[in-house]
Design a protein around this ligand. Sequence first.
Ligand code: PLP
Length: 504
Amino acid sequence: MMFRFRRQVYLDNNATTKVAADVRKTMNRILKHSFGNPSSLYRVARDSGAILAESRQQVARTINARPEEIYFTGSASEANNQVLKALARSFYPQKDTIIATPIEHPSVIKTLEFLSTTGIKILYCPVDREGKVLLAELEKMITPQIFLVCVMLANNETGVLQDLAQIREITAARQVLLMSDCVQALGKIPVDVQKLGLDYAVFSAHKVHGPKGVGALYVAEDAPISTLIHGGHQENGLRAGTESIHNIAGLAAACQNVPRMLAASEKIAALKNKLVTGLKEIQPNLKLNSPEKDCLPNTLNVAFPGFDNAAFMGFLDYHGIGVSAGSACNTQINEPSPVLKAVGLTDDEARQTLRISLSDETTEKDVRYVLKVMRDYLQKKSSPVSMISPAQLDENMLFNPDLYILDIRAWYDRKILKSLPNSHEGSPVFLKKYLALIPKAKNILLVCQVGLDGPVAAYYLRSKGFRKVGFLMGGLAAWRMVHPDLYSKWSGKNIISIKESDFL
Ligand code: PLP
C-alpha cells in the first residue's frame, strides 16, 4: 500500500496551543499521585493544598502580582464574566456605564450585551483602522456614570496591541477601574500588571501551551470583586467548586515557560515577516489587517482579494496546514468577524481573510512549505474539489441520480434550516468513521450551514480517495436565499440519516 506522508503545520496558535511536554509531565504526575481535596488537612490533601499554593505563587510571579491577588477559574471566559457581572452588581444604579472596545473577545462582548438587558449602559470606544483605541475619544467619553473601562491588551484576531499605560493615565485621573483581557498577550509580550496599572487582568492556560479548562483572574488588592459561582469556600469564597489541581498546576507549569516563550518572540516575528514577504511576492494585492508595529509577534491577519477564505482553509487543511478564517459563524449566515468590521473591512474582505498564528514551534521549513502550498492555490495551479454556487444547484442538479448529497451540519443547525431533499445527514465529527458508507463512484456534494465547514470536509474526502467531490458555497443558508421557492417545495423531503449506530 502506498503511504503518503502529509506534513502537518499548525498555525492556529491564537485558537489554542499544544500542551508543552513538561506541562503534560507535571499534570500526569499530579493526576497519578495528588488526588487529595485541598480543603482537607490530612497528608494527601495537604499535598494538593501545597500544589495549589505553589501554583498561585508561580502565576503571580509571572505577571508581577501577589499570590493573594490571583484567583483560579475554569476559563478566561469565566473570569471575564466574573469581573463584568460583579462590578455591574456592585456599582448599579449609582453608576451605570461601562466603556469597552468593539474588538473585545465574545466572552466580554456577549456579557456586556447581557448586562445591557439589566439596565447597564455600554459605550464602545472607537478604534482606528489598525484597531488601536482612540485615546482622545476615550477621554471624552468618561463621565461620572462610568465605573469601568475594559480594553484587551492584545487582540486575538489581528494581534493589535493597546497602549494600556496611556489608558491607565486616563482612567486613574477619573477614578475609573481598568480591566484587561490579557489572554493573547501572555507569553508573547511581557505582561506586568503593576506596570500596566491594571485593576483586573484575565489569563487562560491553553493559549500558553497549558491545559484547556483553567484560567486565572488577577484582582488588585483594593479592587472590588464578588462571587460568580456560589457554593463552597474555595478561592477565598470567590469561586466555588473543588479545585482542578492538575489543571491549575498545568497553568503554573506553563507560566514557568513564559520567559522561554518571550525569548523566542524575535524568532517568531522574523518567521512571520518571511511569510509576509513571501505572500506579497505571490499576491501583491493582499491586504494586511494586522498592524506592522504594535502587533503580537506571532499574529498575521491577511485578506486575499478574490479568494473565499473557507475554500482556502479547506485547501490548506488538505495539505496539513491549520489556520483560521476571519469570519465568525452565525447560524444563518457566514458573518464577517465584528473585529474586522470594526477596523473597517468590508463584508467581502472579511470573507477573504485568514488568521495565521505562529508559535515557538514554527520553523523556517514550515514557512517555506506554507508559502509553496499557498502559491499553488493562489496561482490556481490545482483545485481538486469543485465549488458549487447556490445558483448552480437547481432542480436538475438536485435530482441528478449521480449526486450524493452529504449534509454535515450540526443537529442544532438542522433545527433552523431543513436539509436539501435526498440528503444524507451525517455528523461532521464522525466523518472518518462512516467513509465506507459514502459511494465513491458518485458526485459527492458537501453541504454545511453557512459555507465554512463544507470545504474542509470536501478536501478531507478528496484526501481519502474520493475523486468527484464538491461543496456548496455559502452553505444551505446561501442556497435558501437564492432558491426560496425550491427550499419551501423540497427541503426536508426524503432525508436519509447516517446514524451513529450505522457505523460505531
Ligand atoms: N479572551 C481572548 C482574547 C481569547 O482569545 C480567548 C480565547 O479564545 C478567551 C478570552 C477565552 O479563553 P477561554 O477559552 O479560556 O475561555
